[in-house]
Design a protein around this ligand. Structure first.
Ligand SMILES: [Zn+2]
Length: 168
């Protein structure tokens, strides 16, 4: 069931209510992903809110998509399975937070100064999870197989030559 991602989510309220939400958004909804990829399937996403014992608001976001990108070696499509899981600490306007928080890379800070564009956030996370260079493990260059067959036909195997000598 396709579901559009909210572009104006009251994320503070969502997190404080410990809510969760998930869905599948159409690949065509994401123009920035489409600019990097040559095609792909729909994007499955889920988010969950949590307030910890210290009153800190957290948002977890997961996104998954099977995409296709042009291979940098042979330029035909390569399948790229993207899986992203991120933790965001909500930082409200005027809120202070320490240097030690900035050094912790197990989460990112998400500044809250109004409704959250969840669609843009999911798109950002998928873009970050894309490989910087897409490559096939082994490229099947068009025509590569035919060339290999031609070579075999031209050069007889050494064993075939040996057989002829024996018969002579
Ligand atoms: Zn390739």
């Amino acid at each position: 069931m396709l579901r559009r991602l909210p572009e104006r989510l009251d994320v503070a309220q969502f997190v404080r209510a410990h809510e969760s939400m998930s869905g599948v958004a159409a690949y065509d909804d994401f123009s920035r992903i489409a600019a990097e990829c040559s095609g792909g399937g729909d994007v499955a996403w889920s988010i969950a809110g949590l307030v910890d014992a210290e009153g800190v608001c957290w948002l977890t976001l997961e996104a998954e998509a099977a995409l296709r990108m042009p291979c940098q070696r042979c330029l035909t499509d390569v399948e790229v399975d993207v899986r992203s899981r991120s933790r965001f600490r909500l930082v409200f306007a005027g809120e202070q937070w320490g240097d030690e928080d900035l050094e912790d890379d197990s989460f990112e800070a998400l500044e809250i100064d109004g409704p959250l564009d969840l669609k843009a956030l999911v798109e950002d996370e998928v873009l970050l999870a894309l490989p910087s260079v897409a490559l096939h493990e082994r490229c099947d260059m068009p025509g590569a197989q035919e060339n290999a067959d031609d070579l075999k036909a031209v050069r007889p195997s050494p064993f075939a030559v040996l057989g002829k000598l024996k018969r002579a």
